[in-house]
Design a protein around this ligand. Sequence first.
Ligand SMILES: O=C(CO)[C@@H](O)[C@@H](O)COP(=O)(O)O
Length: 222
Amino acid sequence: MTLPSEAVERVREDVCALHTELLRWNLVTWTSGNISARVPDADLIVIKPSGVTYEDLTPESMVVCDLDGTVVDGRHSPSSDTGAHAYVYRAMPEVGGVVHTHSPYATAWAARNEPIPCALTAMADEFGSDIPVGPFALIGGDEIGKGVVSTLTGHRSPAVLMRSHGVFTIGDTPKAAVKAAVMCEDVARTVHLACERGPVERLPQEHIDALYDRYQNAYGQK
Ligand SMILES: O=C(CO)[C@@H](O)[C@@H](O)COP(=O)(O)O
C-alpha cells in the first residue's frame, strides 16, 4: 500500500502531541491510555505504540494501521486497544479520533458500573445526557470496540465508561475526543464529590437539551 505520506506524517505529529494532553490533565498513569486518529481520505489510522512511556513517544513511533488494525507502517507494535479503536472507525465513519484513559474519577464510576447522572450544566453542554456505562470486555479483540459502538451509537455522549476498565471517547477529530476525555474526568470528579454529601438531582431534560444546543451551536467564537 502506498501511504499518503504527508497526510500520515501530519496525523503522526498531531496524535503524538495530543498524548501530552493526557499527561497534562492527569488522565493516565505510566503507559496507560492511548489516542488514535483516522488519516483523512485514507483507510488508515495512526495509534500510539504499545507500552511506550509518554516521555518516549515521538511522531515516528506512532503506528499506522489499516481499518482492520493490521500494521501498515511503524517500527513498534501498536496499542493493545488497536482492535477496539479500529472497530469504532469501521462502524462509525463520522469518527475521526478515539481516546482511551484510566482517569481516576471516571474509572471509579466504571468500576461501580454506574452512569454519571447529568446533574451539571457542564455535563449538559459537552455530553447532552448522562455519561453511559458500556459492557465489560477483555482486552485485545473487537469486544471493547463493539461495546463502545453499541453504547454510543445514537447517543449524544462522546464518552462511555467501560465497566471495570476505563473511559473511551470519540470525536470528529482526535482533539475533540481528547476534550471529551478531559471533560469526562472533570464532571466525574465533581459529581462524585457532590454525591459524597448526598444525592444529586439530574437536570430536567428540557434544560439539558437547551444547554446542549447552546453549547454545541452558539458557545465560543463562531
Ligand atoms: O487498559 C489497557 C488496555 O485496554 C492498557 O493496557 C492501555 O491503557 C495501554 O495499553 P497500550 O500501551 O496502548 O498498549
